[in-house]
Design a binder for this molecule. Structure first.
Ligand code: AMP
Ligand code: GLY
Length: 436
């Protein structure tokens, strides 16, 4: 089967690795192409120099290369309608159409849908740049902390949390003056802060049936102890067993995944692909913090090593309404993914720093590239940093989460570049420690 993977970050490096190692790929005459591959993806896929949002160019390429499955990694092409355009030409796509992807591309749409169908989520109010005065008045009666979310896509950086009214007014000022996220924040919501344990749930959906992958836990704040600004995610662990009871598991399916998929369907927005449910567990009850229309990054790097059954077959079954015949098998392993970032991220940072040590990692540890490129001296396979989140190092253990965390950090310490930054406490919530 010829497969085209859209995207080139850490998540797509993990997806390429997993497709490449699927029996249905290896044992057949198959090719995997990916858009503008980063150096880590080169082992598994052939690079196609077409941007992920050049849908016309990607369709022309897919016709030429007889692509049988398109797998879409990032949200932006989905929000632009890449699945709709490919499906019009009879291609099979893993990823939702534009009207279903709106569950991520508009937080206001997602919130209204949850309210209408009684899906548990934080209470909220909608505002726009034109109603800043009303928002200011509203703050006076609110309990803090309070969460501010831009309506549009913001690469994981559209959420701000105010601890008190002064911080709240500063955030409103930024929204009003357009300092923050431009059009993505023309409309925004202010929502209740929910305390609890965060869990990321990936539901693989085919429009009718769904399967749930092992749960993971992301660490979104930039600093240890969940402090500082939100990022796209600084590390993740999987599976999450510590506070996941059978009862909670059942509630996630019956109160969240099933009703939201039914809701989307009854609104004419049938969902196919990976539905990411970002949940906050409070008093053994799940609440939705956000929905995303794709796999999470870095959760994917932690979750995919746990899948034992054929991954490519899973993606294909979801794209062809055949999930009921797919049997998901998982490995009895623990993983810990630590993201190595450029110092300064998520604000200003420098790129082009020479990376060393990537060849020295232990055999049972995985390395996925998020933002790297080949240096000037390509013959020496020189690698340099090319973005905020640079590499994902995944420790794996068949004994305990503690061992997976230890392995991840031992290997993170083998890699160096100027201003390298990483959190030192990934996984602390599932092992009850304050760092390693
Ligand atoms: P989001 O992009 O909506 O997932 O938000 C980013 C992060 O902000 C989440 O992963 C949470 O850590 C935090 N967050 C968002 N909404 C809430 C909320 N209502 N209560 C508490 N924390 C939140
Ligand atoms: N790690 C969070 C996300 O992918 O949105």
């Amino acid at each position: 089967m010829n497969v085209l993977l859209i995207g080139n970050g850490g998540r797509e490096n993990a997806i390429a690795w997993k497709i490449f190692n699927s029996d249905s790929f290896r044992n057949t005459d198959s090719r995997l192409f990916a858009t503008q591959t980063n150096p880590g993806m080169k082992k598994y896929s052939e690079s196609v120099d077409i941007a992920p949002d050049n849908i016309k160019g990607l369709i022309e390429f897919s016709v030429r290369e007889k692509i049988e499955l398109i797998v879409v990694g990032p949200e932006k092409p989905l929000a632009l309608g890449i699945a709709d355009e490919f499906e019009k030409k009879d291609f099979k796509v893993f990823g939702p159409r534009k009207n279903a992807a709106e569950i991520e591309s508009s937080k206001i749409f997602a919130k209204r849908l949850m309210m209408k169908y009684n899906i548990p989520t934080a209470s909220f109010r909608e505002f726009s740049r034109d109603s800043i005065d009303q928002a200011k008045e509203y703050l006076k009666d609110c309990k803090f902390p309070l969460v501010f979310k831009a309506d549009g896509l913001a690469s994981g950086k559209g959420v701000m949390i105010a601890e008190n009214i002064i911080e709240g007014e500063d955030i409103l000022k930024d929204f009003y003056e357009g300092n923050f996220l431009n059009e993505a924040a023309d409309n925004f919501i202010i929502e209740e802060f929910i305390e609890g344990e965060e869990v990321s749930v990936f539901a693989i959906c085919d429009g009718t049936d769904f399967i749930v992958l092992p749960y993971s836990q992301d660490h979104k704040k930039i600093s240890d102890g969940e402090k500082g600004k939100n990022t796209g995610g600084m590390g993740a662990v999987a599976p999450v067993k510590k506070f996941m009871t059978e009862d909670l598991n059942e509630k996630i399916i019956s109160k969240i995944i099933t009703p939201v998929l039914n809701a989307l369907k009854s609104e004419g927005r049938e969902y196919k692909g990976c539905l990411y449910c970002g949940l906050m567990i409070k008093d053994n009850e799940p609440n939705v913090i956000e929905f995303n229309c794709r796999f999470g990054d870095p959760e994917t790097q932690a979750v995919l090593p746990l899948i034992k059954s054929d991954f490519l077959e899973m993606l294909y079954s979801a794209s062809t309404k055949n999930l009921k015949n797919y049997v998901l098998e998982v490995n009895d392993l623990n993983t810990c993914c630590v993201v190595i970032a450029s110092g300064g991220y998520p604000d200003k940072f420098e790129t082009g720093k020479k990376i060393s040590g990537t060849e020295e990692l232990d055999d049972n540890c995985l390395l996925f590239h998020s933002a790297t490129k080949s240096g000037i001296d390509e013959d020496k396979e020189e690698l340099v940093t090319a973005g905020g989140r640079v590499l994902s190092v995944v420790g794996i253990s068949d004994t305990s989460p503690e061992e997976a965390i230890k392995s991840a950090y031992e290997n993170v310490n083998k890699i160096s570049f100027e201003n390298k930054y990483f959190r030192k406490d990934i996984g602390f919530r599932i092992v009850n420690k304050n760092g390693v």
